[in-house]
Design a binder for this molecule. Structure first.
Ligand SMILES: NC(=O)c1ccc[n+]([C@@H]2O[C@H](COP(=O)([O-])OP(=O)(O)OC[C@H]3O[C@@H](n4cnc5c(N)ncnc54)[C@H](OP(=O)(O)O)[C@@H]3O)[C@@H](O)[C@H]2O)c1
Length: 336
C-alpha cells in the first residue's frame, strides 16, 4: 500500500471533569512523517486503549506524565514497518511500540520490539501476550505470591487483566470468585473462564454481604482492579495473612474528589494482611519467563481470552470511553 501524504492522529483537547467525553478528543489530519537517517516509518495496525490513560488525561503527575493538551496521545500499538533506514528492522516487520492513537509514526528503534506473527495474532501482543496478560501473571506471582488451592477473589474479572487472573488462579487449583458488570460477563466467567462463582455488582448494594455468601471459607488473595466497595468488601472477608494485590482502582478514576479510603482498613492489622501496589513495567525482567509460560498455556488450550475490537482510528475515543461503563469484554483494541 502506498504511503499517503496525510494521516490521522487523536489529540487531547481538554481535560475531563469527571467522566471523560468525546469532546475531550479531536481527530486531526497531519502530514505523514518521513523516516530520517537511522529511523523507521511504521503504519499502525492495532492500538491499545487502557484505563491508566484516564490518569494521563488529568493535569496532575502520576507514575506516568500527563498527556499534553493539544498534542497527540500515545499508548501501546502494533504496526508494520513500511520504510526502514535502520538496519535492525526490515520493511514488513511487525513491531510493538508505544506510539498509539495515530496511523503512522517514526522511531530510531529505541523501545520498539519486533513481534513474531508465527507465535500469535499481532494484536495478542497487546492483550494476552502483552501488557495486560503480563500484569495478571506478574501481579499474582510476584506480588500476590499465589499458592496452590487458595481462595481468590478478582474484581473487573471479565476484563483484560481480570480474566487472565481468574484463569491463572484456576490453573493453580484455586477456588476463584469474580465480579463484573453484566449478566453476559458473568455467564462468560462461569462457562468459558471456569470460575467457581461470579456476581454482577450492579445487582447488589452490599458487596461484602455477597462475598460472605460466595466465599464461605474467606479470601486468601484479593486481586483488586476496582477499589471502593469491592476493596472494603474483600477486607471484611480476608483470611489471616491474606494478600491484597492492588492493581487498579477504576471505580475512582473519574471521581472529581478523592474517594474516601475503606472505613474498615483497620482490619488489615488484626488479620495481618499484606496489601501491595505494583506497576507492571517494574517486572520487565520477567518478560521472557512470562512469554514462555503463557505461550505454553495458549498452545495447550489451557487459557482463553476475549478481545473487543473497534474499527477505525476515529473511533478510538469511543473504545476508550467504553472502558468506563460500556459492554466490552476482555481486552479493548482498535483496529486501524
Ligand atoms: N498496575 C498495573 O501495572 C496495571 C496494568 C494494567 C492495568 N491496571 C489496572 O487494572 C485494572 C483493569 O485494567 P484492564 O486493562 O484489564 O481493563 P478492563 O478490565 O479490560 O476494563 C475496565 C473494566 O473495569 C470495569 N469498570 C469500569 N468502571 C467501573 C466501576 N466504576 N466499578 C467497577 N468496575 C468498573 C468495567 O467492567 P465491568 O463491566 O465489569 O464493570 C470495564 O470493562 C484497571 O484498574 C487498570 O488501571 C494496572
Amino acid at each position: 500500500m502506498k504511503t499517503p501524504a496525510n494521516h490521522r492522529e487523536i489529540h487531547l483537547i481538554s481535560r475531563p471533569q469527571g467522566v471523560p467525553t468525546q469532546e475531550n478528543f479531536e481527530v486531526v489530519e497531519v502530514p505523514v512523517p518521513s523516516a530520517g537517517t537511522g529511523e523507521i516509518l511504521v503504519r499502525n495496525r492495532w492500538l491499545s486503549v487502557d484505563p491508566y490513560m484516564r490518569g494521563r488525561m488529568n493535569e496532575s503527575e502520576s507514575y506516568v506524565p500527563p498527556f499534553a493538551l493539544g498534542e497527540r496521545m500515545e499508548g501501546g500499538c502494533v504496526g508494520e514497518v513500511v520504510e526502514s533506514r535502520n538496519n535492525r528492522f526490515s520493511v514488513g516487520d511487525l513491531v510493538l511500540g508505544n506510539k498509539g492513537w495515530r496511523e503512522y509514526w517514526t522511531s530510531d528503534g529505541e523501545g520498539v520490539t519486533k513481534i513474531d506473527p508465527s507465535v500469535a495474532e499481532p494484536q495478542n501482543f497487546l492483550s494476552i501476550l502483552g501488557l495486560t496478560g503480563m500484569t495478571a501473571w506478574a501481579g499474582l506471582k510476584e506480588i500476590g505470591k499465589l499458592k496452590e488451592g487458595e481462595s481468590v477473589f478478582v474484581s473487573a474479572a471479565s476484563g483484560a487483566v481480570g480474566s487472565v487472573v481468574c484463569q491463572i488462579a484456576k490453573l493453580k487449583n484455586c477456588r476463584v470468585v469474580g465480579s463484573a458488570g453484566s449478566a453476559e460477563k458473568i455467564a462468560w466467567l462461569k462457562t468459558e473462564a471456569g470460575v467457581d462463582a461470579a456476581f454482577n455488582y450492579h445487582d447488589t448494594d452490599d458487596v461484602s454481604a455477597t462475598l460472605a455468601k460466595l466465599c464461605p471459607d474467606g479470601i486468601d488473595l484479593y486481586f483488586d482492579n476496582v477499589g471502593g466497595d469491592h476493596l472494603a468488601g474483600a477486607i471484611d472477608h480476608m483470611n489471616d495473612f491474606g494478600r491484597i494485590v492492588c492493581c487498579g482502582m477504576i471505580s475512582g478514576y473519574n471521581d472529581e474528589k478523592p474517594m474516601p479510603g475503606p472505613a474498615n482498613l483497620f482490619k488489615i492489622i488484626g488479620k495481618r494482611i499484606r496489601m501491595q501496589g505494583f506497576i507492571v513495567r517494574d517486572h520487565q525482567d520477567l518478560q521472557a519467563e512470562f512469554q514462555k509460560e503463557m505461550g505454553a498455556w495458549i498452545r495447550d488450550g489451557r487459557i482463553v481470552w476475549k478481545e473487543t475490537i473497534t474499527e477505525g482510528i476515529e473511533n478510538a475515543p469511543k473504545a476508550f470511553l467504553d472502558l468506563f461503563g460500556g459492554d466490552k469484554m476482555g481486552k479493548a483494541l482498535v483496529k486501524v
